[in-house]
Design a protein around this ligand. Structure first.
Ligand SMILES: [Cu+2]
Length: 372
């Protein structure tokens, strides 16, 4: 096993080289950052086109995956062949206020792209390891039936590409991750994502779907330190992270990246844990999950009326709920110490007050039913 510390001695310093001549990869999602490397299906809507800009020019400053960046349902179509292209890219980006970190990523973001197929699809996976990478990388899809989930077939040296094809036999919401030894290190550094294999007919429609993943980072420096932080092998082995993150960075799913909905709408969160080590007690403060697809089984009836759902590393869940009352709802792991280490998100609900369901008492007398 080879272990590299967080070095800047190869002149990268956070920059990304040009993947010259790389084939374009068409974003099937909203692609808020210029359509950089995602995946596309083999349908008529997808096409190849030249990559107009270098990765350096098109990469966002942040590795944070927007929670709204997921493609629409594919349940309405028949099974087909789908092509998935993943670029493994190592890049320095913001971890927290005043702190950066050398992430290892799929497609430059954490988590990697939300891959969406349907049961019966044939999926052609290409993994391209960027030429400026220091490490080998690969991808293991938990949705795969086959050796290593594709991990064996995709171990790629820097500047090379590998691939495999699988048939999506089992519907569900599955984690994918890099599995090159030491896999925990690759995952901690950001190499995980979700693939949704929709069941026949899909899931019940909702107004908003969101993509959220939890992970933890192990830095030599204590939580809150400034500058470019370095990874800690000892803390990783001892499972003592400094940072807990939703979508890659401390407090990432707040402000511009908060989740949004309106009173009366239904929300679904596809929630996964990259980890590598910590189980999440996922909870939305002030909401109740009307439906919870426990362990991300989409073919079992969902649990109903759930407060907190436990999600293991390498596991996922889908939760649905209707928002009835305006306000800001916090996404947390109810192991709440982790909130003080970066693990906080926000769901902002706008609309009319709904006092029949919730109202704050403005005056002491109201508690006694008195009027003034
Ligand atoms: Cu890797």
């Amino acid at each position: 096993m080879r272990y590299l510390g967080n070095r800047n001695d190869r002149g990268l310093a956070g920059g990304l080289g040009l993947m010259a001549g790389a084939a374009a990869v068409i974003a099937a999602t909203s692609a808020p950052f210029g359509g950089f490397g995602l995946f596309f299906d083999g349908g008529a809507s997808a096409s190849d086109a030249p990559l107009a800009h270098s990765i350096h020019a098109t990469m966002p400053a942040t590795i944070v995956m927007a929670p709204t960046d997921l493609p629409p349902t594919v349940a309405g179509r028949g099974a087909q062949t789908v092509r998935v292209v993943l670029d493994t890219i190592e890049r320095v980006a913001d971890l927290a206020d005043g702190a950066t970190y050398r992430y290892w990523t799929f497609n430059g973001q954490v988590p990697g792209p939300f891959v969406r197929v349907r049961v019966g699809d044939t999926v052609e996976v290409t993994l391209r390891n960027h030429e400026d990478s220091w490490m080998q990388h690969n991808v293991d899809f938990h949705a795969v039936t086959g050796p290593g989930g594709g991990g064996v077939a995709t171990v790629a040296d820097p500047g090379t590409e590998k691939g495999f094809t699988f048939k999506a036999l089992n519907p569900g919401l599955y984690v994918y991750h890099c599995a090159v030894p030491m896999a925990a290190q690759h995952i901690a550094n950001g190499m995980y994502g979700l693939i949704l294999v929709e069941p026949e007919g899909g899931l019940p429609p909702v107004d908003h779907e969101f993509y959220v993943m939890q992970g933890e980072l192990y830095t030599e420096e204590a939580f809150g330190a400034k500058g470019e932080l370095t990874e800690s092998y000892d803390k990783l082995l001892n499972e003592m992270p400094e940072y807990y993150v939703f979508n890659g960075a401390a407090n990432a799913l707040s402000g511009d990246n908060a989740l949004h909905a309106k009173v009366g709408e239904t929300v679904r969160i596809y929630f996964g844990v990259g980890g590598p080590n910590k189980t999440s007690s996922f909870h939305v403060i002030g909401e109740i999950f009307d439906n919870a697809y426990q362990l991300a089984s989409l073919t079992s009836p969902p649990l109903t009326d759930v407060q907190t759902i436990t999600v293991p590393p390498g596991g996922a869940a889908a939760v649905d709920f209707k928002v009835e009352v305006p306000g800001t709802y916090m996404l947390v792991d109810h192991a709440l110490s982790r909130g003080a280490r970066g693990l906080v998100g926000q769901l902002v609900v706008e609309g009319e007050e709904n006092p029949e369901i919730f109202r704050a008492h403005q005056e002491m007398g109201e508690m006694n039913g008195e009027t003034h």
